[in-house]
Design a protein around this ligand. Structure first.
Ligand code: ATP
Ligand code: MG
Length: 308
């Protein structure tokens, strides 16, 4: 294996206990307070993971999150994050082969108690929000002004939380009131305010770099070691997996937009009637085109060529 290997699964259980495997990330326990957060090259579309990975994707997602964790605290004063470091644990660092595979795609983060909601912010109306609006004039149950067009920028970004469903089931859109019922009004308000501030700062930052962040999903956790306990930004942040990135140059209101990353793959799945089918294998060309979209987003946002 080398740095160029497409990594779709990990087994580091000889070194650390595995805590969880999500659709994209494998998480190991380094200590009671620290986790190793590894982004594999797996890709999911329409909620199913494909059997082929995307070359370079895990590294790119990790580095994009790291970029935001470095930039955001100065754009959003008072923001706290789970980021600890990009250093590899010594057990991996000492093994040249493993170090090659895991360097750049792994991040050490603080282990915290994640709130069971997905904190979504929308600056533009698209996707499931557009579908709901067309049906009922609302988004996540909240009334919107009449006459909005597909992909139109909203006057103010809106907070539209959803539940964080167990593996295999689908997240459900909920109202802010329902979120407050689930996690308490105090934390729901803090999460809402932080999410809107982070989104607005990131939207402006990205727009200067030619990218529209149409919407995005954050996760937050509670740090009980402070008094009072504090709300901390966790998980991946503002990546093409957690957000819709559009090319500013190609943006046109009144129609769906191409996303910079998964659009080619989604279109290919739809065209081949493979939407939602488990374990689909992508042809090389589809994987390469998709990889190109991810790289494009990364290079524009960070101003850097992807590092190895
Ligand atoms: P889900 O997020 O619903 O588990 P997923 O497929 O998105 O599905 P991944 O992103 O692959 O999951 O895995 C990351 C997991 O780690 C998520 O469940 C996320 O909530 C959790 N997580 C993120 N940050 C932390 C943290 N600091 N402490 C503990 N858990 C975290
Ligand atoms: Mg996730």
């Amino acid at each position: 294996m080398s740095a160029d290997t497409i990594l779709t699964s990990t087994d580091l259980t000889a070194f650390f206990p595995r805590l969880a495997s999500g659709k994209v990330r494998d998480v190991y326990t380094l200590s009671p307070s620290t986790l190793l957060f590894i982004a594999t090259d797996r890709i999911s579309a329409y909620d199913v993971v494909l059997s082929t990975g995307i070359p370079g994707k895990g590294r790119l997602l990790t580095q994009m999150s790291a970029h935001w964790f470095a930039v955001l605290p100065s754009l959003v004063p008072g923001l706290r994050t789970h980021f600890v470091s990009m250093a590899l644990p010594s057990a991996l660092e000492e093994n040249t082969e493993l170090a090659d595979v895991y360097r750049g795609r792994s991040m050490q983060v603080r282990r915290l108690k994640v709130f069971p909601i997905e904190s979504i912010v929308r600056g533009y109306i698209t996707g499931s929000a557009w579908a709901e609006y067309r049906r009922s004039g609302t988004v996540h149950g909240g009334r919107m002004r009449e006459g909005l067009r597909e992909s139109e920028m909203l006057e103010e970004p809106i907070w539209t939380p959803s539940t964080k469903a167990e593996a295999g089931s689908k997240d459900e859109n909920i109202s802010p009131e329902k979120a407050a019922e689930l996690i308490g009004q105090n934390y729901a308000s803090q999460i809402r305010d932080l999410s809107l501030r982070i989104y607005s700062a990131a939207r402006d930052y990205a727009l200067e770099r030619g990218i529209i962040i149409a919407d995005t999903k954050f996760e937050f956790a509670l740090d009980e070691s402070t008094s009072p306990p504090s709300v901390v930004l966790v998980d991946e942040v503002l990546t093409p997996d957690s957000s819709r990135f559009w090319d500013k140059e190609k943006y046109e209101v009144g129609r769906p937009q191409e996303s910079l990353d998964k659009q080619y793959l989604r279109d290919w799945l739809t065209k081949n009637k493979l939407k939602g089918v488990d374990g689909v294998e992508m042809p090389r060309e589809v994987a390469e085109r998709t990889a190109r979209g991810y790289r494009e987003a990364y290079e524009r946002l960070t101003g850097e060529l992807q590092q190895r």
